[in-house]
Design a protein around this ligand. Structure first.
Ligand code: NCD
Length: 336
């Protein structure tokens, strides 16, 4: 893919070389994300941040990533506070906001909405989650995290992973499967309630690409030989009622004792977050918070690096970052 000026809408746009290129730029972003260096490479540029669905880390990390490259962020959150609530079309919103911005990050509850929006946009659009369809930047930061946690040098062949929870509506696992599909001989154990299985077309694509797929409702057995376990929240906002979602909440839970009994000693634990910490759900228990294999907060930190890299590549400034960088004197001195 040619990143420059491209919309980032789906993992289907990527090949393994694109992933490698992105990860290499992400690596270079560390001193900026860690506030050791600053760059003004995107000075004067504006990110239009449109989050028509709840978000904490995705919205803030896109914003931080843009700020860390020297750009500014203008944003709207929620449908009710935007002109979409007055009946404005995605086409009109796209024409308007792309007149104000150099790049747009957008989340919307409808599958395919970001794609539709991008067709009317005059600037690149990054899909920050469209309904239950895709969440490409999350999958990229997840794979980057897998690379770091397992000390892999861009060769993800032979991974043995379990994806657990709401695999039907979870867009993060849809994008992650599409991304892992690019590699070879991966063993996927898909643990979900029977009613919330991974969409058939995604499973069929994995099988057609030569991967192994095992679908099950038995989480404990599934954990045994895994390099990593990726848990997800029941996507209650996609169900027709709270009561229907409640049927599945709490069905699969990972805690310290289950981990010790069933996982390898260093099976990596991932979750896109937010984890539902209410007692009736609690899919990933806080008694694992100090566990060295719990990667969830390294995942969120990595999100900033990946999003900086996406901005740098789509806006074509990745080679200018070092030239425009300087030390962050006052701040590093005062860190505690
Ligand atoms: C996920 C999402 O929005 O799809 N969150 C995120 O972006 N990290 C997962 C979720 O909401 O369960």
């Amino acid at each position: 893919m040619n990143f420059l000026g491209s919309h980032i809408l789906s993992i289907n746009q990527f090949d393994t070389q694109d992933v490698e290129a992105l990860f290499s730029v992400a690596d270079q972003m560390k001193p900026y994300a860690h506030r050791e260096l600053k760059t003004r490479v995107l000075e004067g540029a504006i990110l239009g941040s449109l989050f028509f669905e709840p978000s904490t880390r995705t919205r803030i990390s896109f914003g931080c990533a843009f700020n860390l490259l020297g750009g500014q962020v203008r944003e709207t959150t929620g449908i009710k506070t935007s002109a979409l609530a007055k009946g404005e079309s995605l086409y009109d919103t796209a024409r308007v906001i792309s007149g104000y911005s150099d790049i747009i990050a957008m989340r919307h509850p409808m599958d395919g909405s970001v794609d539709e929006f991008s067709k009317a946009s005059r600037v690149p659009v990054i899909n920050a989650g469209d309904g239950s369809a895709e969440h490409p930047s999350q999958a990229l930061l997840d794979l980057y995290t897998i690379k770091k946690e397992l000390n892999i040098n861009n060769d993800f062949d032979g991974l043995n992973i379990a994806l657990v929870g709401d695999l039907k509506y979870g867009r993060t696992v849809h994008s992650l499967c599409k991304l892992l599909k690019l590699y070879k001989n991966i063993s996927f154990t898909l643990v979900s309630p029977n009613e919330l299985k991974m969409p058939k077309e995604i499973v069929d694509d994995l099988l057609a690409a030569g991967h192994r797929v095992n679908e099950t409702e038995d989480m404990e057995t599934a954990l045994h030989d895994k390099h990593l376990v990726y848990l997800t929240r029941i996507q209650e906002e996609r169900f027709s009622s709270q009561e229907e979602a409640n049927i599945y909440r709490g069905r699969f839970r990972l805690n310290q004792s289950i981990y010790t009994a069933h996982c390898q000693p260093n099976t990596v634990i991932m979750h896109p977050l937010p984890r539902d910490s209410r007692a009736e759900a609690n899919e990933l228990d806080s008694d694992l918070n100090q566990h060295p294999s719990l990667a969830i907060f390294r995942q969120t930190d990595n999100g900033v690096l990946i999003r900086m890299a996406l901005f740098a590549l789509t806006l074509g400034v990745e080679k200018d970052i070092e030239r425009t960088s300087s030390k962050v004197g006052w701040y590093t001195d005062r860190r505690f």
